[in-house]
Design a protein around this ligand. Sequence first.
Ligand code: TYD
Ligand code: MG
Length: 428
Amino acid sequence: MARAKARFRCVECGYQAPKPLGRCPSCGAWGSFSEEAAAVTTGASATPAKTMRLSAVDASELPRFPSGSEEVDRVLGGGFVPGAALLIGGEPGVGKSTLLLQLADRALRSGRGVIYVAGEESPQQVKLRARRLGVSGDLELMRETRLEPLLGGLADRRPDLVVVDSIQTIESEGVPGSLVAVRTATQALVRWAKASGGTLVLVGHVTKEGTVAGPKVIEHVVDATLYLETAGLYRVLRSTKNRFGAVGEVGVFRMTNEGLEDVRNPSEAFLAERPEGEPGSVVGLALYGERTIALEVQALVSRSPYAVPKRVVQGLDARRVDVILAVLERRLGLKLGHLDVYVNLAGGLRVNDPGLDLAVALAVYSAVMGRPISEKLAAVGEVGLTGELRSVISLEGRLREARRAGFERLLGPPTLTNLDQAVREATI
Ligand code: TYD
Ligand code: MG
């Protein structure tokens, strides 16, 4: 029998120490040490673990049930998975509780057992919101923040769906909301989900730095992590981890008086307020998660009072825009040296897709020349350093979306091969 030695490891960064430390000397996390499985033995005394052939693994479609929102289903990869745990993070006020109350209601109405654990708000507050959302009065609330009684209640009621709003309010070991408490509660709840086959949704607060408190602690335990964010008038749900579907898929919602509503046709929504016949406005086709969205790129230029003119970019990668400005100057002779340049992706989304390069270039060109770009065309293509236009992924899908959104022409490669041609074709 080998010697068993206790060892402690920081759950944030993996730093090891012979005893638990109050603060990790490596990453600075507080109370983050957890004891490792101590004994390292020869294994001679244990029951030998079995193996199975890959071919014997049942990988037929996962059983899922619809969340009641097509946009949420899209992000999840097809709906809630029984026995799975997911985490929804987002800033206070973004609409996490609203969305989950709506989903809880829809699951209930489709005949599932649902429990909403209200740790953040009083039952009265939840009821006020629920009334606005038209949530069924049959929804069961649990006002319990202590882990043990909470688990007891779940064992008793055996719900199909449990929403814990929020994981930071659950009291287990240590101070509620602390790393240790969040980790312990999450692990116990995830074990409940796996054992019972119920679906667990945890709400997690996002700190100022934009991560769910104790991120690594929770994220490696849950099956999927989703973030709800604000994008102008809209709310966007995206996955950063998903064991049951594609990562990076995006759902779009609108906040109304009756809660969050699916935006079925984001292109239409994001182009709704597009000005007509104005210089500096060009529609590009961007990849956004698995879908393509038509988005308006806007540019504005004004004479700069500064020695070094300003470059202000919103919703796009500022460095890519700088490169495009340099290409416009050097290859097309566009004089930008004395101009402040503002480039904005209208609608509040943030997109990092080289396929939008051409739309950016045309928007700036149009703004500088004071000549509008035809409203009937959309642009797609990456701009190279010599002013060449490069093809981008999913050209077919972008073309389809452009047609669907009512554009007569999609400007870009392979028909056009350089920026020079593109500006000539596009300006009215
Ligand atoms: P909430 O779901 O409480 O956010 P979170 O749980 O992420 O902190 O949403 C709060 C905001 O949403 C609040 O400012 C009011 C607004 N809201 C609506 O606009 N319409 C609605 O139907 C509801 C319920 C909330
Ligand atoms: Mg809330």
